[in-house]
Design a protein around this ligand. Structure first.
Ligand code: IPM
Ligand code: MG
Length: 356
């Protein structure tokens, strides 16, 4: 089969890690007889520098015409002024919205050989295999923003708004995924304070009761969840939550692994094209040095094979190759254990590609 992949390398370490993801994709193509053609497009800071816009219309077009999108990272000190009229992050938020990618899947597993890289004691990490499903196109990140001034000085507001339909569609995806995994679904909210959370809780409870009664369903306040992710991370299977809580909790959950460098993500909508990106950012401090960990991007390629291209077997082959490389101790500095030599971004990518 032939597939078209939109490649949005972006800023900082984005181009370096995306190059390794594509290397592994080509290895999959050679091994299993698929053709992956690519179309590159601009996003983020580099798009601002080239076109004046963080998300040129052409980029959205290229993505829409592709089977899937592979993205590196956006942002960097050059464009960091939060008051600037155009910022790289607008490119990413805009693309998620334009492609209707309302469900963001962020799986977190701790490979045994990496237990030493985590700040948590190894015994706490036993059985950690969780998936956060973050609502991605609604809530406070997309609600109306205002800034004004009155007698008392400046004021600002961000509106958090969710509709029943927005909640149902993402909880449905989370519930289906829980069914295919260990059958536990945790809704995270702040229903003791927020009206939007109370709506989430009633809509999700009803949906699960009527359609997914086989699941072990629970809800948890977001502050308690923040604690439980450290206290008993092995308890969780699928967590579903609103945009901002998901943003915050997934950075916390990444620390179970000790590095953001190995964690992939998939952003899905109703059918259509999916977007795959590492959950780490552009890491400007190490950009261009060949030190970035490419595994998060390579594992994002695995998610792409599985969720957008229907190539589950090939996805599993990439994941096994990554495990084999970790077991062989071929790792970048962020996850190197005492006594292990830190390998370059390209060395790690080569090692995975060779094992596909
Ligand atoms: C993420 C990032 C983005 C987000 C930023 C860059 C807008 O933090 O993907 O988690 O908040 O969604
Ligand atoms: Mg984030």
């Amino acid at each position: 089969m032939e597939y078209t992949i939109a490649v949005l390398a972006g800023d900082g370490v984005g181009p370096e890690v995306v190059a390794e993801g594509l290397k592994v994709l080509d290895a999959v193509g050679a091994r299993y007889g698929h053709r992956f053609s690519r179309r590159e497009a601009l996003i983020g800071g580099i798009a601002i520098d080239t076109t004046g816009l963080p998300l040129p219309a052409e980029t959205i077009e290229v993505c829409r015409q592709s089977n899937a999108v592979l993205l590196g990272a956006v942002g960097g000190p050059k464009w960091d002024d939060p008051n600037a009229p155009v910022r790289p992050e607008q490119g990413l938020l805009g693309l998620r919205k334009a492609l209707g990618l309302f469900a963001n899947l962020r799986p977190v597993t701790v490979h045994p050989v990496l237990a030493g890289a985590s700040p948590l004691r190894p015994e706490r990490l036993e059985g950690v295999d969780l998936l956060v499903v973050r609502e991605l196109t609604g809530g406070i990140y997309f609600g109306e923003k205002r800034r004004d001034r009155n007698e008392a000085g400046e004021w600002a507001s961000d509106l958090c708004i969710y509709s029943e339909a927005e909640i149902v569609r993402v909880v449905r995806i989370a519930a289906e995924l829980a069914r295919s995994r260990n059958g536990r679904l945790t809704l995270v909210d702040k229903a003791n304070v927020l009206e939007t959370s109370r709506l989430w809780r009633s809509v999700a409870s009803r949906l699960v009761r009527d359609t997914y009664p086989d699941l072990a369903f629970e809800y948890l306040l977001v502050d308690t969840c923040a604690m439980d992710l450290l206290r008993r991370p092995g308890h969780f299977d699928v967590i579903v939550t609103e945009n901002m809580f998901g943003d915050i909790l997934t950075d916390e959950a990444a620390m179970l692994v000790g590095s953001m460098g190995t964690l992939p993500s998939a952003s899905l909508g109703e059918g259509g094209v999916g977007l795959y990106e590492p959950i780490h950012g552009s890491a400007p401090d190490i950009a261009g040095q060949g030190r970035a960990n490419p595994l998060a991007t390579i594992l994002s390629v695995a998610l792409m094979l599985r969720h957008s291209l229907g190539l589950a077997h090939e996805a599993a082959a990439v994941e096994s190759a990554v495990s084999a490389v970790l077991e062989a101790g071929i790792v970048t500095g962020d996850i190197a254990q005492p006594g292990q030599r830190a390998r370059s971004t390209a060395e790690v990518g080569d090692a995975v590609a060779a094992r596909v």
